[in-house]
Ligand binder design. Structure first.
Ligand code: AG3
Length: 276
């Protein structure tokens, strides 16, 4: 029997993957959680019906949410990931020798457990001694930590359910306060085809809190429309002009110094979303 999984990315458009096996399908305290083994993209983590990551294309997202922000800081020692329970961003953070402590603040412990069990290639970094895993509310954690982190990555789901607050102006101001003087924020900010309002609003919110705000684009085949954005907020260094020598020593498959520079070049229809 053929089994196919469809994510309805909008009311009228979706993505469909042929499924070899359903490894997990359950409702946690916070959301519906599934891990599917798909034929084309390998194992896939799905939360509330939305594809979060797949073994085959996760490197693009996790490298791009992590390295541009990490290289924008001259010496990132303490780093936090808000959300990101699959551990992919943590794995990338640990590639930077300067890192002494990486804190994962994930609200749903079952996402961490399922990722450890079924997505070892993505979650492996969670066992590293530099990593502290907290099953906690990221909003509260950020509010309660002042000048505590050099880099914070907001590796959230879409702004629905528990993640709504992670796209608010108040949260962006709290992130600013939680960062050290040269601190850098990177947040995933959705698709310029399907989520234009979110890009505009998060860019406005981050610009309201940070002196330097930059939008980046990346191609991620399993995400809505395949074109995805991240927004960086930086307290003192501009991600566009920062030195990228350290990019050479990172072992990456998508990120490089030239990809870093290219990612900030925006087509006019995307530029117009943030210059309104
Ligand atoms: N977080 C962003 C996924 C959003 C995808 N949206 C969707 N499929 N409708 C990914 C977390 C990976 N660590």
């Amino acid at each position: 029997m053929d089994l196919w999984y469809t994510e309805k990315q909008t009311q009228a458009f979706g993505i469909t993957a042929k499924v070899r096996e359903t490894l997990v399908a359950k409702t946690t305290e916070f959301q519906h959680l599934a891990v599917l083994d798909t034929e084309e993209f390998g194992r896939m983590l799905v939360l509330d019906g939305m594809v979060q990551t797949t073994v085959r294309d996760e490197f693009v997202y996790h490298e791009m949410i992590t390295h541009p922000a990490m290289l924008t800081h001259p010496n990132p020692r303490k780093v936090a990931v808000i959300g990101g329970g699959d551990g992919g961003a943590i794995r990338e953070i640990l590639k930077h020798d300067s890192v002494e402590r990486a804190v994962l603040v994930e609200i749903d412990g079952e996402v961490i457990a399922a990722s450890k069990k079924y997505l070892p290639e993505i979650s492996s970094g969670l066992e590293d001694p530099r990593v502290e895993v907290l099953v906690a509310d990221g909003l509260q954690h950020v509010r309660e930590h002042k000048a505590a982190y050099d880099v914070i990555l907001v590796d959230s789901t879409e702004p629905v359910g528990a993640a709504i607050g992670l796209f608010s102006e108040e949260f962006y101001r709290d992130l600013y306060e939680a960062l050290t003087p040269q601190g850098v924020l990177a947040a995933q900010t959705e698709s310029p085809f399907f989520n234009q309002g979110i890009i505009a609003k998060s860019f406005r919110g981050i610009s309201g809190a940070f002196p330097c705000t930059r939008l980046m684009l990346t191609s991620i085949p399993t995400y809505p429309s395949g074109l995805w954005s991240f927004t960086l907020g930086s307290k003192s260094n501009d991600p566009l002009t920062v030195a990228l020598d350290k990019a050479q020593v990172l072992s990456t498959r998508y990120y490089s110094a030239s990809v870093h520079k290219a990612a900030f070049q925006l087509p006019p229809f995307v530029e117009s979303l943030i210059r309104g």
